[in-house]
Design a protein around this ligand. Structure first.
Ligand code: ATP
Length: 444
């Protein structure tokens, strides 16, 4: 497939909107920012929670063969030695001898002269690549010696493997079954960038799905399809998504096959998620290193085996960025340009905005009453500043699917106006029907 045209303007517009409306702020901004680290603001935290909740709903709530877990972020070296991360979780690093910048060797292409040049200063005087371990190392307790070395997890997956036995014993699940986890991971990326696409601290949503070895190919295909569909169901157009199988030399140390779900970001195709056949690599490695038995006894077949693992591993922060980019749109409404985030209602930070037509004291009690009716069911915004037209635009810009307007007629007829974001169509209905009406249309 030919490479897409990069669209830096679109990216800039999304980044500016995220800052202006409180989705994402550069971290430690008052100190000049902190190395590609970001904070999620009042709307961003809500949207990020919605992304994770949509994942949890589809992976745990709607299935009876997956259970959840929330494992520690800090772990002993033992885990990472056994998993292979201490030895092999590295990226090839090159230094520019001229400007001293560092780059990932596998991200640099030779120029027409056949040499690799520094993207910063153009010098071809680069060091040979050397392995750089991406894990953040720290010490636990007051003494910083070899025995107290600990690591921040670079993936959530190992939490599932080291708890395999606990989960098996406490849930009575049997393969095929999965353990799901959502949480922070940390990688000392050599070149973070492209906004929240690649950061050193980020959130992942991972499933480790344990299956009889012979069924691994079937389950691999199942999860590739399921995960592709998840992004489509949540509003990313299919032609902005693709599945890309890894070349053999690209595979991680544990993988017998990986396919990525990729999204057409404004800077080109980028991975949202990898679906990997991790085989029995991790369970066997932890069994050997810990001395525990990490296998499954199949009573029906009277046989003991180490399950294979199919792993769909997604980024929550990275997919939030994809959802924002895909939803960003500009159109014209009533002769005026408007910016609208066409977010799926499940992902939108606010589901409903309650807008009294004016700030007059006579309207406020009823508008507050409407808010009180809706709040227990939907995350609502309440806004009584500026003109109603401006307030609609403000809600469109942050993706709020519905606005409910209370006006002076409402005081007499007990009705309110519901305005839909994408079409701006309005319907008027009794206030007591609002919850049922919105619940039906939001389909949460
Ligand atoms: P890449 O090749 O982009 O470095 P990866 O193949 O190492 O990513 P995985 O280890 O498969 O990534 O991690 C699973 C998912 O976690 C990725 O698809 C991505 O969505 C997310 N992820 C990984 N690294 C980062 C990061 N530095 N910042 C944000 N999200 C990340």
């Amino acid at each position: 497939m030919p490479g897409p045209e990069p669209d830096p303007q679109r990216m800039d517009a999304v980044v500016a909107l995220c800052k202006r409306r409180g989705f994402i702020f550069p971290s430690a901004e008052i100190y000049g920012g902190f190395r590609s680290t970001y904070d999620y603001g009042p709307l961003g935290v809500q949207m990020l929670r919605n992304v994770k909740e949509a994942w949890w709903r589809s992976m745990v709530q709607l299935r009876d063969d997956v259970v959840g877990l929330d494992a520690a972020i800090l772990g002993p070296a033992d885990i990472w030695r056994a998993s292979g991360h201490l030895a092999t979780f590295t990226d090839p690093l090159v230094d520019c001898r001229s400007c001293k910048q560092r780059w990932r060797a596998d991200h640099l292409e030779p120029a027409d002269d056949g040499k690799v040049h520094c993207p910063n200063c153009g010098s071809a005087d680069l060091t040979e690549p050397r392995d750089f371990n991406l894990m953040f190392k720290t010490h636990t307790g007051p003494v910083a010696d070899e025995a107290s070395v600990a690591y921040l997890r670079p993936e959530t997956a190992q939490g599932m493997f080291v708890n395999f036995k606990n989960v098996l014993q406490t849930t009575r699940k049997k393969p095929p079954f999965g353990i799901a986890q959502v949480g922070k991971s940390f990688r000392n990326e050599i070149t973070p960038g492209n906004y929240v696409f690649r950061t050193r601290e980020f959130e992942q949503m991972e499933l480790e799905f344990f299956v009889p070895p012979a069924d691994a190919p079937k389950w691999f295909d199942h999860w590739v399809d399921e995960r592709f569909r998840w992004y489509v169901d949540l509003g990313i157009p299919q032609d902005q998504l693709r599945i890309r199988p890894h070349d053999p030399e690209e595979l991680s140390h544990y993988s017998a096959g990986t396919s990525d779900v990729e999204f057409l970001f404004p800077f080109g195709w980028g991975e949202l998620e990898g679906i990997a056949n991790r085989t029995d690599f991790d369970l066997k490695a932890h069994a050997a290193a810990s001395g525990e038995t990490l296998d499954y006894f199949d009573q029906a077949a009277n046989e003991r085996y180490v399950p294979y693992v199919i792993e769909p591993a997604a980024g929550a922060t990275r997919s939030m960025m994809a959802f924002l980019v895909a939803a960003y749109d500009q159109d014209e409404m009533g002769g005026e340009a408007r910016t609208v985030l066409r977010l799926h209602p499940r992902l939108a930070p606010y589901k409903v905005a309650v807008l009294p037509l004016s700030r007059k004291e006579t309207l406020t009690p009823l508008a507050r009453e409407v808010l009180g009716l809706l709040q227990p069911r939907f995350l609502c915004d309440y806004d009584d500043t500026q003109s109603i037209g401006k307030r609609y635009r403000r809600q469109d810009e942050v993706g709020t699917p519905f606005c409910v307007t209370v006006d002076f007629d409402s005081l007499d007829d007990g009705q309110a106006t519901v305005r839909e974001r994408d079409s701006a169509e309005q319907v008027r209905l009794p206030i007591q029907d609002l919850v049922a009406h919105l619940a039906g249309r939001l389909d949460l």
